[in-house]
Design a protein around this ligand. Structure first.
Ligand code: DX5
Ligand code: ZN
Length: 217
């Protein structure tokens, strides 16, 4: 599929979230919303009221990345708040079968995430339940970190498996994406590129997104 860009709101100015999301509405393919619980990851970010508020300022699909323990407990509220896709960490929910079914019932897209130290094999039995497989290219919890090249092996493993089995899941990469790292990830088989600092850290968001697109086409 053609590559998609999902700017991460985590790198935006939280004092001006409405205008921040409006600055990417015409340029991005999705909005990546990082939700952290201070337990699964050593940081807090935002929750349901912010998702609901952002929804009033954007028609983009909201790709909600749940960095939390018990992610399935929040699906009803997330759906009501305006989430489009929810992704949860296999490290937090070793058997995501019921959570995937619950997401489907709520008409949410569903995805599974692996941390940099987790092999693709950990999610392989569940890929048929997924719209998205997300490979973290930094340790989750903070924006602005350096891309970990080793995870590209897991991207390649995911690409081979999804293609050879004829499955429909897209592959997303999250962390340290720039015009330098994105082409390497694209070659390994990534479809969707989360970009925090390299979009919201730039003054002109349209140009920043366009530059990422050019780098991967
Ligand atoms: C990290 C988050 C990422 C982060 C990416 O825990 O999951 O989505 O916002 O930020 P950058 O693009 O700055 O690495
Ligand atoms: Zn994320």
């Amino acid at each position: 599929m053609s590559a998609k860009i999902a700017p991460s709101i985590l790198a935006a100015d939280f004092g001006h979230l409405a205008s921040e999301v409006e600055s990417i509405n015409q340029h991005a393919d999705m909005l990546h919303v990082d939700i952290m619980d201070g337990h699964f990851v050593p940081n807090l970010s935002l929750g349901m009221p912010v998702v609901r508020a952002l929804r009033r300022h954007s028609n983009l699909p909201f790709d909600c990345h749940l960095m939390m323990t018990n992610p399935d407990a929040y699906l009803v509220e997330l759906a009501a708040a305006g989430a489009t896709i929810v992704t949860m960490h296999i490290e937090a929910i070793p058997d995501p079968t019921e959570a995937a079914a619950k997401a489907r019932d709520l008409e949410l897209g569903f995805g599974l995430v692996i941390n940099p130290g987790t092999p693709f094999g950990a999610v392989l039995p569940f890929v048929e339940l997924c719209d998205l497989v997300v490979v973290m290219s930094v340790e989750p919890g903070h924006g602005g970190q350096t891309f970990i090249d080793e995870v590209l092996r897991e991207v390649e493993a995911a690409r081979n498996f999804i293609d050879s089995e004829g499955l429909g899941a897209d592959i997303e990469i999250d962390g340290g994406i720039t015009t330098v790292t994105a082409p390497r990830a694209r070659s390994a088989g990534v479809d969707i590129f989360v970009a925090g600092t390299s979009v919201f850290g730039e003054v002109n968001r349209g140009d920043a997104i366009e530059n990422l697109r050019k780098a991967i086409t």
